[in-house]
Unconditional design. Structure first.
Length: 355
């Protein structure tokens, strides 16, 4: 053992960029760090040892860093969009927000704002990096590669963003590889020609002429499941709850999470009216045969449902959605549910400019 000169120490430090040394604790002078590797802070270096430079903390994820204060409730420029994860080991969750909904007023169908809130919630779970996408599809589709899950919150029906070009084929390839999938609210409505392709991915869809989409207040008793951890035993939520959906047959692997009995006056299709008094499924998870996981949630009409101001159930709403998305990405949900703190200063921000 000897103490190296300053010149030798600098040379050893430079060499560390190319190699590393794992060793048992030295008999004298210096001590290994937690990994058993001697670092440049050691007081002495064994003969023949390589000194390594501490890589330091992992790089920050811009979307999980504090955002600038918006100039108004429709200022979306402060939100990081399509920023690829910097931490290689993190689960990448793609959040696809549809284009601004021209058929709904401000505060309704706020796809970008809702997913911006969801991004902030997901950032509170270690090992997760959300990637927020605007206008229905990433400008660079390679951003989808390696995603643990893809979430779509957008207008559906003929205007569904996944119906453009070869997007369904792209999503289908990712589904076959076991990528998670979540559809929120209107994104669950697919035209008849696409339902056969999409049902194996999501488990249930809104079918025009069969399903209904009324505004009603549901009293829910969340089913026991990893995705309902941290929710109250009873939850009363007012929303545009779709129901009487078309389900994959057989329904193996589909677990209803939120069921309630809607007013029979809302059963405005012949098929829905044929089931008076029936408890209806408005949210579910689906363990797919390909090994992937999916989450469907028919609510989400009101932006205010995501928020706490004047809303006693905002936290529960955010938690169910956050838990559900984490589950699709195969991220363990904590026993008490995912953390879903929303700063008061973030209430009501990042909305679309409409009208």
């Amino acid at each position: 053992m000897h103490t190296p000169s300053a010149a030798l120490f600098a040379l050893l430090t430079l060499a560390s960029a190319c190699s590393s040394y794992s060793a048992e604790a030295p008999t004298d002078g210096g001590s290994p760090n937690d990994s058993g590797v001697l670092s440049t802070t050691d007081a002495a270096v064994p003969d023949g040892a390589t000194v390594v430079v501490d890589a330091g903390p992992p790089p920050p994820e811009p979307i999980c860093e504090p955002w600038k204060t918006p100039t108004g409730r429709t200022d979306q420029s402060v939100v990081p969009v399509e920023v690829a994860p910097r931490r290689a080991g993190n689960k990448k969750i793609i959040l696809i927000a549809g284009s601004p909904s021209g058929s709904h007023a401000s505060g309704q169908h706020e796809f970008f704002a809702g997913l911006a809130v969801l991004a902030k919630m997901l950032c509170q779970t270690p090992g997760v990096t959300p990637v927020l996408v605007k206008n229905g599809w990433p400008s660079d589709p390679t951003l989808l590669e390696g995603a643990a899950s893809i979430v779509v919150y957008a207008d559906g029906g003929p205007g569904h963003p996944l119906l453009v070009g070869d997007r369904l084929a792209t999503v289908g390839r990712l589904m076959a590889a076991g990528t998670g999938f979540a559809n929120l609210h209107y994104a669950l409505e697919y035209v008849a020609g696409a339902q056969g392709q999409v049902l194996p991915w999501i488990g249930g869809v809104y079918e025009a002429g069969t399903s209904v989409n009324p505004m009603w207040t549901g009293t829910f008793a969340p089913a026991p499941h990893e995705t309902t951890r941290g929710l109250p035993a009873s939850l009363v939520l007012d929303d545009e709850w779709y129901y009487n959906l078309r389900w994959r047959s057989p329904q193996d692997g589909i677990t209803p999470l939120m069921q309630a009995v809607p007013p029979d006056g809302t059963r405005t299709t012949a098929d829905a009216a044929a089931h008076p008094g029936r408890s209806e499924t408005t949210s579910w998870v689906y363990a797919r045969p390909d090994g992937g996981r999916s989450f469907g949630f028919t609510g989400g009409h009101w932006y205010g449902s995501w928020l706490d101001g004047g809303n006693p159930n905002g936290r529960a709403f955010r938690r169910l959605l956050t838990n559900g998305v984490l589950w699709t990405a195969k991220v363990p949900v904590p026993e008490g549910g995912a953390p879903v703190e929303l700063a008061p200063a973030d209430e009501g921000n990042w909305q679309d400019t409409k009208g």
